[in-house]
Design a protein around this ligand. Structure first.
Ligand SMILES: [Zn+2]
Length: 328
């Protein structure tokens, strides 16, 4: 594998290609940008090119063969354990890099923002006195959570969102593998919802998106005509299944965003185009500021899903808030 295989991300790829070609690899890189836009794949492509005998990720030299079998001693990865990167893990990196001198040793640190403060400080020491020919590639979706002292010692490589065309192409390749019917409509919907992230697109593709959307939109369309009592009862139709609730909240968010777009005369930005009639009816029932508040409440609940919240209780509150936003 090599950098030429990376989808879009021209600036990042060009910068890294140049570093390999001129043999001026930095000691540490920080790959940052949205989830699912190719940071990890790029890190692998970069590592393969550095380690390959032809500096090309040729796929056939002894180094590349070891890489393809996943047992090249020069490429290691560190992942969070139970949601955090602990100091013990960084200590182990300290020990393992001591002996790296002649050959490149590349460490890919996934979700680098999940280092505990102790781990981050310990890692900082590695960056202050980088050992031998070690290359660290830190990967994160949340660059703002990385210690500024770590950030300043890394060469930052920014990853942008991908084009809809690139996301749709990846989905088409995926759908061809699945061989399901009705793929065109699903590809179109998922592409719009993925907002330039192939990672998000693949997650949505595997989710029961179309079924959930039908269910959720049906409830949202009926909600303005329900009594507060009925709205509360509705919350019982949600199970304590966080992944599914996260999907439903995403669908809800797009619905109220569509209503907002219609009110703002931005019909071309509407996502749920097949519900245009229902959207036009619903859009008259909310004030613009309520739509903004509803969107904020949905995003808020989405952010709390990681914590131990009671889904039905929170969903009940959210639905009540939406119902109260309906114009009399
Ligand atoms: Zn090779």
């Amino acid at each position: 594998m090599h950098l030429g295989e990376i989808i879009e991300q021209e600036v990042a790829v060009r910068t890294l290609q140049r570093a390999v070609a001129s043999d001026s690899i930095a000691h540490a890189y920080l790959f940052f940008g949205d989830h699912g836009v190719g940071k990890k794949t790029t890190a692998l492509g970069f590592a393969h090119q550095i380690l390959c005998e032809a500096k090309a990720g040729c796929g056939s030299c002894p180094q590349c063969l070891k890489l393809s079998r996943d047992n090249h001693p020069g490429l290691r990865a560190l992942d969070p354990q139970d949601g955090t990167i602990r100091i013990e893990q960084i200590r182990s990196v300290h020990q393992q890099v001591q002996y790296a001198q002649e050959h490149y040793l590349i460490w890919i640190i996934n979700e680098a923002h999940r280092m505990t403060p102790q781990a981050a400080n310990s890692f900082l020491k590695l960056l202050e006195e980088p050992p031998g020919s070690v290359v660290f590639i830190l990967i994160t979706d949340h660059v703002e959570q990385i210690l500024p002292t770590i950030r300043s010692r890394c060469q930052a490589i920014s990853f942008t969102r991908l084009s809809d065309a690139a996301v749709a192409k990846a989905l088409k390749a995926r759908a061809a593998g699945d061989g399901g019917e009705d793929a065109g409509k699903k590809i179109e919907l998922v592409t719009k919802m993925a907002q330039g992230s192939i990672g998000r697109a693949m997650d949505l593709w595997e989710s029961p998106l179309l079924d959930r959307r039908k269910f959720v939109l049906e409830q949202l369309i009926n909600l303005p005509g329900m009594s507060l009592y009925e709205v509360l009862g509705l919350s019982h139709r949600w199970e304590e299944e966080r992944q599914l609730v996260a999907l439903d909240l995403t669908i809800m968010l797009h619905w109220y965003r569509d209503l907002w777009c219609l009110q703002a005369g931005l019909e071309h930005q509407v996502l749920n185009l097949d519900y245009l009639h229902e959207l036009s009816v619903s859009c008259k029932r909310y004030h613009r500021s309520s739509l903004e508040q509803i969107s904020k409440a949905i995003i808020g609940l989405h952010g709390q899903l990681d914590r131990n919240v009671r889904i039905r209780f929170m969903m009940g509150n959210l639905l009540l808030q939406i119902r109260k936003g309906v114009l009399a």
